[in-house]
Design a protein around this ligand. Structure first.
Ligand SMILES: NC(=O)c1ccc[n+]([C@@H]2O[C@H](COP(=O)([O-])OP(=O)(O)OC[C@H]3O[C@@H](n4cnc5c(N)ncnc54)[C@H](O)[C@@H]3O)[C@@H](O)[C@H]2O)c1
Length: 302
């Protein structure tokens, strides 16, 4: 693919990493954030990541911070928004982006779970609007879900799939714009059951995590659940579901146990405790373990 001009709106955790991926692949990237500290630190943060990964530090020269949103998006072929997870803010931003961007630019949101239809509904030209859902950190987790709405053109989906393939991501096409798309629906179906097991005293939080990490979690990166069902047989899968499905959590509202943790200010690592207590050292060790695992996986893929 020829080089595209990329604009990234929001220079936080996701935005700076997305900018890094496009720049490393040779694309020119303009990035905007209204918070001065976010914008002025973006190149430093990208250089630190590139250095840590052993990637070409010169890639950062292709990243241009822009204090004005209009200046960032004006010449872009592809705009991706990674601002806060707030529907009114995203709707307002896409109004401003559409007013300043070229009429043929593709406009994407990196929302985690908000339907793209809700974000893009007020645009004048909705055929070029879609979702691109990356995973954290964008430069280490391969998947990008490309989500179309009922208005999105096939050409916009094709362009976006090709663009992300060319920067060595793993784009998948999500054909219906449902809350949580595919990845977060699957992830949170598992989290709902994990919380329920603790809530009902079947095991403690640490045990839930140990069970997953020491069993099917080991295989998940190379064996998806439907591959696994075919491996063991759909007949066995049916027999298991007849016994297990009536027993597992099916609530359509958040767990009262989770509500109580939040009400008690047990917000997880940021307050020192959530499902479990976390010392500063334990938090650092966990973050390092995840980062090293993802770096190793990237090396294995190379
Ligand atoms: N963190 C994750 O693991 C993850 C994964 C996938 C998707 N997402 C989604 O990506 C988006 C960004 O998440 P994040 O984790 O990078 O958040 P973040 O808080 O790290 O970054 C958000 C950035 O948006 C900026 N911002 C605020 N108002 C803005 C405006 N009007 N215009 C442009 N930028 C503005 C903030 O200054 C901040 O730098 C959210 O929609 C989030 O749900 C997050």
């Amino acid at each position: 693919m020829t080089k595209a001009r990329i604009a990234v709106v929001g220079a936080g955790l996701m935005g700076h990493g997305i900018a890094q991926v496009f720049a490393l692949a040779g694309h020119e990237v303009a990035i905007h954030d209204p918070v001065h500290a976010s914008l002025t630190s973006v190149k430093t943060r990208i250089v630190a990541n590139l250095r840590d990964l052993g990637d070409d530090i010169a890639a950062v020269e292709r990243v241009t911070p822009r204090a004005s949103l209009a200046d960032a998006v004006r010449e872009a072929d592809f705009v991706v928004e990674a601002a806060l997870e707030d529907l009114p803010l995203k709707q307002k931003l896409f109004g401003e982006i559409e007013a300043a961007a070229r009429p043929d630019a593709i406009l994407a949101s990196n929302t985690s779970v908000i339907p793209i239809t809700a974000i893009m509904q007020n645009l004048r030209e909705r055929t070029r609007a879609l979702g691109t859902h990356w995973w954290n950190p964008p430069y280490l987790v391969p998947l990008v879900e490309v989500i179309g709405t009922e208005w999105t053109s096939a050409a916009a989906i094709d362009f976006t799939m090709t663009l992300h393939q060319a920067v060595e991501k793993t784009p998948v096409h999500v054909k219906k714009d449902v809350p949580g798309f595919v990845g977060n629906r699957l992830q949170h179906a598992l989290w709902r059951e994990a919380i329920s097991l603790v809530e009902h005293g079947i095991c403690d939080a640490e045990t839930v995590d140990t069970v997953i990490k020491a069993s099917f979690g080991r295989r998940l990166a190379v064996l998806g659940p439907l591959e696994n069902a075919d491996l063991v047989g759909t007949d066995l899968t049916l027999a298991i579901h007849k016994t297990v499905l009536p027993a597992i959590e099916s609530s359509s509202t958040p767990s009262p146990y989770l509500e109580q943790l939040v009400a008690a200010n047990k917000l997880g690592m940021k307050t020192g405790a959530g499902f479990r207590a976390w010392s500063t050292e334990q938090q650092a060790a966990l973050r390092m373990r995840v980062l090293n695992h993802l770096k190793q996986a990237r090396q294995n893929d190379a």
